[in-house]
Design a protein around this ligand. Structure first.
Ligand SMILES: Nc1ncnc2c1ncn2[C@@H]1O[C@H](COP(=O)(O)OP(=O)(O)OP(=O)(O)O)[C@@H](O)[C@H]1O
Ligand SMILES: [Mg+2]
Length: 187
């Protein structure tokens, strides 16, 4: 069956941090499930300064089971965390990346992110959450799921677009997030 637009895109309004955190919680659960079948998952987090990218990333990583404190990696560009896939104990590396301060595309090579994308062996899975993904100018390839956040009159708008089959599955699960401060605006 050809996937329709409904499988590929959605817009939420997160009226508060709690609403956005609820979305991140579902995202973490969905990634836990997805990474069991896809050894590499790439999530793009874009949007203006203060739009909520780190808030969403922190809630997602917490729900994945990352125990270390999640802060914005703006200064170091990459923070590496790890978590285990529920039930299996298989270790997954979760990289939280912030490309706000990326000065040259060559710096991306130094981070080694592309190596991970090309050569992640099946046994070593990786989830990449990349803030300011657009600064990579397409170098990292299309993300499984692109999240674009925007300030709204009240809270934030979250535009989601899936670019792969696992991304579409994650998006379907996100649609099911129930929270009083989170509203699905477009089907
Ligand atoms: N849905 C929301 N409603 C209201 N405030 C929010 C919402 N989501 C996040 N915030 C607040 O917005 C501020 C900035 O959030 P955050 O640091 O996550 O943004 P960011 O996009 O990562 O910013 P930067 O581009 O500087 O990295 C924080 O004070 C956070 O609590
Ligand atoms: Mg941030």
């Amino acid at each position: 069956m050809t996937p329709g637009l409904q499988d590929r895109a959605a817009v939420f309004c997160a009226r508060s941090v709690d609403g956005l955190t609820a979305l991140g919680r579902t995202l973490g659960g969905a990634l836990q499930e997805a990474v069991a079948g896809s050894p590499f998952l790439l999530l793009a987090l874009d949007g203006e300064l203060g739009a909520g990218k780190t808030t969403l990333a922190a809630a997602t990583l917490a729900a994945l089971g990352v125990r270390s404190r999640v802060t914005s990696p703006t200064y170091g560009l990459v923070h590496a965390h790890s978590f285990a896939i529920g039930g299996t104990g298989r270790k997954v590396e979760a990289l939280h990346v912030d490309l706000y301060r990326l000065r040259h595309l060559a710096e991306l090579d130094e981070l080694g992110l592309e190596d991970g994308i090309q050569s992640t062996p099946a046994a070593a899975s990786q989830v990449l959450l990349v803030e300011w993904f657009e600064n990579a100018r397409g170098r990292l390839g299309p993300p499984d799921l692109a999240c674009r956040l925007k300030h709204a009159k009240r809270g934030r708008l979250v535009n989601l677009r899936a670019h792969s089959t696992p991304g579409a599955r994650i998006l379907r699960l996100l649609r099911g997030t129930a929270h009083s401060e989170l509203q699905l605006l477009s089907e």
